[in-house]
Design a protein around this ligand. Structure first.
Ligand code: FAD
Length: 461
């Protein structure tokens, strides 16, 4: 009822097939902000807008490490698409094939058979997924930190490792549970290990048998530095900060194997670890490969400075799934980050409008504003406008201030601020709910025979 009423606002109540259809693949940073701008600027009946995403929400990814640490509730780092896109049709499901020549995509809804959706204008905003390598055991035991589900899982998982270590009398099980391995020292990896080490360190207060010295956090990085985003000076200081906290950062080192959670590093070190987090890079969403759009050498959609896909008409792209030429550095592309995706969205939306109305497109040009990283409570690293370099508490405030400003909608800003304020007064919460991912387990167990020969059967999970 509501959907059809809102839909008419865009359709203008006329014959749908005569109204140009703008299809946006992906409702993340680029997709959501582009759709918001289009719904604001387009008049009734000018275009129909559809956003397709497997999730019903946009994820504010820079808050995922803090979500993993429990400083922000998972619900508060996502924005429900239907709440902000009231003049747009939102479809929950994924695009599995793109036939731009035929101006149609194959859409797979959350439930039901795939169907074709025709369009006139295409916006590719499908982002990126973790880029893994064929390392034995990685696919079976590793986890990324790209989604809110992964972040929420990691918090429960790390606390569960402390529960395991505190409850066993087997030293090998204990050692394995207290070994945490993170691979990749970029933004996501450095922030995630710093936040989760902070959580585990803080949590040892309530575990009588575990001291901070029992925790072993390893950060494995193939390059000879971490956090390249904040520049060499601040990156070196952040590295020092992590090492002073006891995090074992191994530079110029590779993960060679993780079979059965037995970690083998290229420097010869071997040990068992209950946690393996992979943050060593991203690659464009696989749907990009399932399209007839032109791709660059690393599999990104090849676009020009107007965020138009090169060589075809009426297709636009930006964000992590595209290579967008950096006009100030000829031959190079803008880095795939939120800073660019957010700023590309209004340019892209305006260029779609220009295409609809027969206007002139604008070029996308952006000067890097810097980068801010949170490295646990009251710790951080930041480089602002290429000049200001901060570490420690000041950088942490810069990180929190910037992201509070940048997180979409007043509602989310207020909720995040409330989480931080509660954390300040009540301190961190250590409740772990590892069974949340398997809510039917207790009911399934209750439905099975549980006692045999007078003995409670072991749990099978
Ligand atoms: C832990 C972490 C911390 C980060 N911190 C920072 C930071 O501090 N600063 C910064 O600038 N950047 C940061 N980034 C990077 C930033 O989040 C990304 O660059 C940004 O999200 C890219 O925006 P996007 O719109 O291209 O992709 P996304 O925001 O990832 O959105 C892509 C959307 O497309 C959807 N999608 C994928 N496949 C399909 C399909 N087949 N059909 C339909 N929809 C599909 C996805 O579900 C998703 O919603 C961080 C990333 C991570 C993981």
């Amino acid at each position: 009822m509501t959907e059809s009423r809102n839909y008419r606002l865009v359709h203008g109540g006329g014959d749908e097939s005569e109204i140009p259809h703008v299809l946006i693949v992906g409702g993340g940073y680029l997709g959501m902000y582009t759709a918001m701008r289009l719904q604001k600027k387009l008049g009734a009946g000018e275009a129909r807008i559809t956003v397709v995403d497997p999730n019903s929400y946009m994820t504010y990814q820079p808050f995922l490490p803090e979500t993993a640490a429990g400083s922000i509730s998972p619900r508060n780092v996502v924005v429900p698409l239907r709440k902000v896109l009231h003049r747009v049709k939102v479809l929950t499901g994924r695009v599995i094939r793109i036939d731009h020549a035929g101006r149609k995509v194959e859409f797979e809804p959350a439930v039901g058979e795939p169907r074709e959706i025709a369009y006139d204008y295409l916006v590719m905003a499908a982002g990126a997924v973790s880029r893994t390598l064929p390392i034995p055991g990685l696919a079976e035991w590793g986890i990324g930190i790209k989604t809110v589900e992964e972040a929420a899982y990691l918090r429960n998982h790390v606390l569960e490792q402390l529960n395991i270590a505190d409850s066993t009398d087997d030293p090998e099980i204990r050692r394995k549970a207290l070994n945490f391995v993170f691979v990749g020292g970029g933004f996501a990896g450095a922030e995630a290990i710093a936040e989760l080490e902070d959580l585990a360190r803080d949590a040892t207060r309530i575990y009588p048998s575990i001291s901070v010295d029992d925790l072993h956090f390893y950060l494995i990085e193939a390059a000879d530095k971490i956090l390249p985003e904040v520049g060499p000076d601040v990156g070196a200081k952040a590295l020092n900060q992590l090492r002073l906290r006891g995090i074992d950062v191994r530079l110029s080192t590779f993960l060679e194997s993780a079979v059965d959670q037995h970690i083998k590093l290229s420097d010869g070190t071997e040990f068992d670890a209950g946690t393996l987090v992979w943050t060593a890079g991203v690659k464009p969403s696989p749907v990009v490969q399932a399209s007839d759009l032109p791709l660059g050498p690393k599999g990104h959609i090849d676009t020009n400075e107007f965020l138009q896909v090169n060589g075809v008409e009426n297709a636009f792209a930006g964000g992590d799934n595209a290579q967008v030429p950096d006009l100030d550095n000829p031959g190079r592309f803008y880095p795939p980050n939120a800073q660019n995706a957010v700023r590309q969205a209004p340019v892209l939306a305006d260029n779609v409008i220009a295409a609809l109305r027969g206007g002139k497109p604008k070029a996308y040009r952006h000067k890097n504003l810097g980068a801010v990283a949170g490295l646990g409570m009251h710790k951080g690293a930041a480089q602002l406008f290429g000049k200001i370099k901060l570490t420690g508490r000041l950088a942490w405030w810069a990180h929190r201030g910037y992201h509070l400003f940048a997180v979409p909608t007043f509602n989310r800003k207020f909720r995040v601020l409330s989480d931080w304020t509660l954390g300040f007064f009540l301190r961190r919460d250590f409740a772990s709910l590892p069974e949340m991912g398997e809510p039917r387990q207790a009911f399934e167990e209750a439905s099975r025979p549980q006692v045999e020969n007078g003995q409670l059967l072991r749990r099978v999970s």
